[in-house]
Design a protein around this ligand. Structure first.
Ligand SMILES: C[S@@+](CC[C@H](N)C(=O)[O-])C[C@H]1O[C@@H](n2cnc3c(N)ncnc32)[C@H](O)[C@@H]1O
Length: 297
């Protein structure tokens, strides 16, 4: 599948379906014996998409998602903690970039008077609104349906975002879907909108993640899973085909250079901390990401 500068998608298509993949992983975790977090919404998104005719990924993809489920669970927990800590520090304005089927606005214990803005493609947010039509968010919730390659700062401000208030920003599962230049512009814009005291949580994808040998291993593992499952791979999409595999600015460096106080944790350490270390079978394909937290002084 070829990406274009102005492509768009529904929840069951292309980049949109990756949000369903993550929701599926969260549902598996939430339904497990000792989950790292509660998320009763994830399974509902899957059920609603299935009712629309979406089919669970073929078995090789299910295996792939299962293989990274400990990663997805640890990542979810990290961002949950990020928002809870921001609230405890008096930050009551949050922006979830590329929110997909993230249900934090409904499921986290937000501080009094919190407002949560979510940005994603219009059809993705419409699907979410339809699915949760009878549910009350746990904070004031404002959807901002727009592509992040367009003028989203204007759309956000038009929706009521206050540039004088510190903000908690999250970019989870987003950056590979933006071109490197788009990533730079994203951080320029976040910085321009961030009052002192703002915080940012980023799942960062650097050179180790885009290393050609590592990506080739991931592709090969997917091919093996397909073959083992006997799946017809003729029209199968590899998520790598949806990414912009390009040299990127290092997020932690960029934030430090722009006056943010930064701490980082790599995925392996994070997963060990949450008691979910990669296994021998998954360590070669566990995403080589870094979780970056910044505070603007
Ligand atoms: C892997 S999903 C992650 C969703 C969510 N952050 C989570 O972790 O559950 C990627 C999300 O990024 C969104 N996305 C990717 N590129 C985007 C863009 N240019 N504008 C708006 N949303 C985008 C997709 O629609 C999708 O919901």
């Amino acid at each position: 599948m070829t990406r274009t500068d102005d492509d768009s998608w529904d929840i069951t298509e292309g980049v949109g379906a990756t949000a369903l993949g993550v929701a599926w992983a969260r549902a598996q975790e939430a339904n497990s014996g000792c989950p790292l977090f509660k998320d009763t919404y994830a399974q509902r998104f899957i059920d609603a998409a299935t009712a629309r005719g979406w089919q669970l990924p073929p078995s090789h993809m299910v295996e792939r998602i299962r293989a990274i489920s400990n990663y997805a669970a640890s990542r979810t927990k990290w961002f949950d903690n990020f928002f809870t800590t921001a609230g405890a520090n008096g930050v009551v304005q949050a922006v979830i970039l590329a929110a997909g089927l993230d249900a934090r606005a409904w499921r986290l214990p937000w501080a009094h008077d919190s407002v949560v803005y979510e940005i994603d493609q219009p059809k993705v947010l419409a699907f979410k609104a339809q699915t949760l039509t009878d549910d009350s968010p746990a904070a004031r919730y404002i959807a901002v349906p727009i592509d992040l390659r367009q003028d989203w700062p204007k759309a956000l401000c038009d929706a009521g975002f206050d540039t004088q208030e510190p903000t908690a920003w999250a970019a989870e599962g987003l950056l590979p879907y933006l071109p490197a230049e788009g990533q730079d512009l994203l951080f320029d814009r976040i910085h321009a909108l961030s009052a002192p005291g703002s915080r940012i949580g980023v799942e960062s994808f650097g050179n180790k993640f885009f290393d050609p040998e590592y990506l080739a291993n991931r592709r090969a593992q997917l091919r093996q899973m397909r073959e083992a499952a006997g799946d017809d791979a003729t029209d199968a999409v590899d998520v790598q085909d949806l990414w912009y595999i390009e040299d990127r600015t290092d997020v932690a460096d960029w934030l430090m250079r722009h006056g943010w106080r930064v701490s980082t944790e790599d995925a392996q350490t994070l997963m060990e901390r949450f008691g979910r270390p990669p296994t021998a079978a998954t360590e070669d394909t566990t995403p080589r990401t870094t979780f970056v937290e910044g505070v603007r002084s």
